[in-house]
Design a protein. Structure first.
Length: 267
């Protein structure tokens, strides 16, 4: 139990709690807009940036964040170019991210083990700089969603209607995508690039089964994310398990139990 009181675990818990807020918040709008796969796309691009950061010896998460933001702009440009085939933008950018990551892997064979930790998460290695970055991103996301949640709601369900009412649709779309990039780039060290999309989507999936309104869906998704992070970290710390994987498996278990409970209630 001493691990739960150690400094590195407290930093991990703080970082996990912050991401437990931002990931479901952004994930709700992505799910409603049928863009769930954008999380995987931006995580692959972020890994390419992390690999480059190790290669040029610059703060890896910072470089990954820049890559993710640039990719978010590219996705929006491609979505406008292929309006009837918007999913093409996600496939194209993901392919580019994987290609760049592979290239940087081959150029810097000595740091591949360090980059691999970002694929599966290394929440126990969070330092003060990482926490500050996660904290800033959390503040940005919470403030923006608090002020623009009604606009995001209309945009998510009916983009054409949002444009007719005079909302700056292009700017709002870009804002959601950029915030997604910020969240993912700061979350990959916590849950890993291969698992980060689960933290974006599974809490939302659970909340949509339980919620009766948009507001309650927001609250429930954040609560579910926080519960999974806290329990997952404690369980992983006590039994020496992979934290990111433990959190995701708990989320999947919560989803299954919710589906079973809802089916039983109907019966």
């Amino acid at each position: 139990m001493e691990i739960l009181l150690s400094d590195f675990f407290q930093r991990a818990l703080a970082g996990g709690l912050l991401i437990g807020i931002t990931a479901p918040l952004i994930g709700l709008f992505l799910v409603l807009r049928r863009l769930s796969m954008i999380g995987d796309t931006l995580s692959h691009v972020t890994i390419a940036g992390v690999a480059l950061g190790f290669l040029i010896e610059v703060y890896p998460i910072g470089v990954g964040l820049i890559f993710a933001v640039l990719a978010s702009f590219a996705i929006e440009k491609l979505r406008k170019a292929y309006k009837s085939y918007a999913e093409l933008s996600i496939a194209i950018i993901m392919s580019g991210g994987v290609a760049l990551a592979s290239l940087f892997f081959t150029l810097g064979k000595g740091y591949n083990a360090d980059v691999m930790s970002y694929l599966f998460g290394s929440i126990y290695t969070l330092d003060a700089t990482d926490l500050k970055l996660v904290g800033v991103v959390t503040l940005i996301v919470v403030v923006v969603v608090a002020f623009l949640h009604k606009e995001f709601f209309l945009l998510s369900f009916e983009e054409d209607a949002a444009a007719v009412t005079g909302l700056p649709v292009r700017m709002l779309n870009m804002l959601i995508t950029v915030m997604t990039a910020l969240v993912i780039s700061t979350a990959i060290k916590i849950v890993g690039a291969l698992l980060v999309s689960a933290l974006l989507t599974i809490p939302v999936a659970v909340s949509l089964l339980m919620a009766r309104s948009f507001k309650s869906a927001i609250i429930l998704s954040v609560v579910i994310g926080e519960i999974a992070v806290v329990i997952g970290l404690v369980v992983a710390g006590i039994w020496n398990l992979a934290p990111g994987a433990t959190i995701v498996l708990l989320l999947i278990m919560m989803l299954i139990l919710t589906m079973i409970g809802k089916k039983g209630f109907r019966a």
